[in-house]
Design a protein around this ligand. Structure first.
Ligand SMILES: Cc1ncc(COP(=O)(O)O)c(C=O)c1O
Length: 306
C-alpha cells in the first residue's frame, strides 16, 4: 500500500501492514513487557527524557533487557516521527520480552521486541475549557503495591480494563479506582486531582498509582501559579464532596470530572481552579522548552521568533 505509515520494529522501519510480531511473543501471551505513551506538539516531543527514563525504570524492575541505550531509543523515536513527517503525534513505544515458548518463564525469551508507532493527532484550535466526563467509584480495586504494581508501566492493563467494563455497563465515561486500602487511586489511564477550598490535592504515590509524568509536571505548574498542592491519601468522601476534580494524562491532558456516582462535583462543569490550571498547562505542553525537537531546523526557527 502506498503512503502507509512506517512503524519501527526491531531496528527497521516497516509499513504498518507488515509490522507484525510473533504469536509466541511473551508480550502477547502474558502481557510481559513495558510501554510509554508520548505526545509531540508542533515538532517538540513533550517530556521525552522523562518518558524514556520511566521506560527504563519499568524495564529494570521486571528485569527486561532493552537492546538499545537511552540515546539510541530516543533517536529511533525521533526518526519514526521524521519518517512519517509528523509534528503533532501520539507515540506508542513498546518493549516486550520477545519470543519464548508457551511457558511463563521469561528466561527462555532471548531477544526483546521493540516497537515504535507514531500516529497523527489533529490539533484543532485548543478548547478554552477542558472536556467534562462522568465517573463512578469502581468496585474493582487497584492491584496493591505488593501485587502487580501499577507503579510499573507494564502491558498488563487488565485491572484498568475490568474497571472500564464496569463503567461501560453503568453508562459512565470513566471509573475511579480505589487502592487496596480503600483510598482513591486513579482512573484507568489517568491520575486524579481534587480541589477543596482552593487547595489542589492528589493521591500520594503510596496509593498504588502510576507515577504520571503529566501529574508531576502539572503539580509544578500549579505551584508556579501559587496554589497550595498536597499529595496525600484521599477518601471517597473527599472526592465526592470536592469543589472540583479532574484527571490528567499524556493523551487526555486534563479532563474535568463532572460527576462521581451521578453526584455533581462543583456545578458539574469545570470550576475556576480547573479552568485556570488547564489554560496554563496547555501552554506548557506546547512550549518549545518542554521537550525534545524532532526537526532541529524548526527549533532554531522557533527560538529566533522569541
Ligand atoms: C494507569 C495510569 N495512570 C496514570 C497515567 C498518566 O500518566 P502520564 O501522565 O505519564 O501519561 C497513565 C498513562 O497512561 C496510566 O496508564
Amino acid at each position: 500500500m502506498e503512503n502507509e505509515p512506517l512503524v519501527y520494529l526491531n531496528g527497521k522501519y516497516v509499513p504498518k501492514s507488515e509490522a507484525k510480531v510473533s504469536v509466541y511473543d511473551h508480550g502477547l501471551l502474558y502481557g510481559d513487557g513495558v510501554f510509554e505513551g508520548i505526545r509531540a506538539y508542533e515538532g517538540i516531543v513533550f517530556q521525552l527524557k522523562e518518558h524514556i527514563d520511566r521506560l527504563f525504570e519499568s524495564a529494570g524492575y521486571i528485569e527486561l533487557a532493552i537492546p538499545l541505550g537511552k540515546k539510541q531509543i530516543t533517536d529511533a523515536l525521533l526518526e519514526t516521527l521524521r519518517k512519517n513527517r509528523l509534528k503533532n503525534a501520539y507515540i506508542r513505544l513498546v518493549v516486550t520480552r520477545g519470543v519464548g515458548d508457551l511457558g511463563v518463564n521469561p528466561k527462555l525469551c532471548k531477544d526483546s521486541t521493540v516497537v515504535i508507532i507514531a500516529e497523527p493527532v489533529k490539533i484543532a484550535a485548543i478548547p478554552t475549557e477542558p472536556r467534562v466526563v462522568s465517573t463512578m467509584i469502581s468496585a474493582v480495586r487497584r492491584d496493591s503495591v505488593d501485587a502487580t504494581s501499577h507503579e510499573v508501566k507494564t502491558l498488563n492493563y487488565m485491572n484498568s480494563i475490568l474497571a472500564m467494563i464496569e463503567a461501560n455497563h453503568a453508562g459512565v465515561d470513566y471509573p475511579v479506582m480505589l487502592d487496596s486500602r480503600g483510598f482513591v487511586s486513579e482512573g484507568p489511564t489517568m491520575n486524579i486531582f481534587i480541589v477543596k477550598k482552593g487547595v489542589i490535592m492528589t493521591p500520594a504515590t503510596s496509593a498504588a498509582i502510576l507515577h504520571g509524568i503529566t501529574r508531576a509536571r502539572f503539580l509544578s505548574v500549579c505551584k508556579d501559579l501559587g496554589y497550595e498542592t498536597i499529595e496525600k491519601d484521599i477518601t471517597s468522601f473527599e472526592l465526592v464532596t470536592a469543589d472540583e476534580a479532574f484527571f490528567t494524562g499524556t493523551l487526555a491532558e486534563l479532563v474535568a470530572i463532572g460527576t462521581v456516582n451521578r453526584k455533581q462535583i462543583g456545578g458539574g462543569a469545570p470550576g475556576q481552579v480547573t479552568k485556570r490550571v488547564y489554560k496554563e498547562f496547555v501552554k506548557v505542553t506546547r512550549s518549545p522548552e518542554e521537550g525534545t525537537p524532532v526537526y532541529e531546523a524548526e527549533r532554531v526557527k522557533t527560538r529566533t521568533k522569541h
